[in-house]
Design a protein around this ligand. Sequence first.
Ligand SMILES: NC(=O)c1ccc[n+]([C@@H]2O[C@H](COP(=O)([O-])OP(=O)(O)OC[C@H]3O[C@@H](n4cnc5c(N)ncnc54)[C@H](O)[C@@H]3O)[C@@H](O)[C@H]2O)c1
Length: 262
Amino acid sequence: MKIQGRTFVVSGGASGLGRATVLEVVKAGGNAAILDMNRDAGEALAKEIGSAARFWECDVTDTDNIAACVAGIVSWVKETGAPLGGIVPAAGVGNPALMLDKSLRPLPLTNLDFVLSINLRGTLDLTRQLLPHLAKSPAEGPDGEHGVVVMVASAAAFEGQMGQVSYAASKGAVAAMTLPMARDLSRFGIRVVTVAPSMFESNMTAMLSEKVRTGLKKAMEFPPRPGRPEEFAGLVRHSIENVMLNGVVIRLDGATRMPSKL
Ligand SMILES: NC(=O)c1ccc[n+]([C@@H]2O[C@H](COP(=O)([O-])OP(=O)(O)OC[C@H]3O[C@@H](n4cnc5c(N)ncnc54)[C@H](O)[C@@H]3O)[C@@H](O)[C@H]2O)c1
């Protein structure tokens, strides 16, 4: 899929990996629809970019809110003449909780529901509501491609750590959805790729203690550092541009395998 002259929708686009994706899309000549709950950061980013980006305040757990944003994006696309080219549902949270804590309290279902509602349901709902419009986008290139969905899983889909039962469930589900979604959408010329990053610099990982960061560094092979958001965005760009990438979960981790204990 060509990025130039197309519109890409990025949830969680106001911060971290989503923000880097927005900047990469714009650098490649595309337009970016930034969806996020963080209005200040989203508006500031859209202002910084100018006419190639627009911000919608959106809570991906609220299906009516998504519908309103999708309607807004569809009319923006008509206005700009830059058809939809893809969806990057990157909004996510990592709220940790133990399966059983020291006081023998089991995992609160509120933790499970909260994490799943954003990372899994929010990813799926935004994607499903945009798909009818993506399918109607003009075909691109000799393969007649209509669009690309690039979802975001995590190394926790494969090696969740302590406190990551809910997070691992959400990201494992995103990874598992990749192939069946690609199969469902192949008849429409829409591809599905999932990126599974290890630890990347972002607001999410800025919250980690120095002890956890040092522990994680020990598990890193090469390079022995967290990934940079632009390295994630580079892989998203390649996933959009390379038509043979489909139905696959790509680890982006410098050979890191998350250890049991830090
Ligand atoms: N940073 C990492 O190390 C890492 C590793 C693996 C996977 N990931 C995944 O990458 C994605 C991006 O994370 P990040 O590290 O950039 O974090 P981040 O906190 O910098 O950005 C996440 C963004 O999602 C937004 N968001 C949260 N809940 C939302 C909701 N209900 N509706 C709309 N927007 C909402 C936040 O406002 C924020 O702007 C997430 O899905 C995360 O799980 C991150």
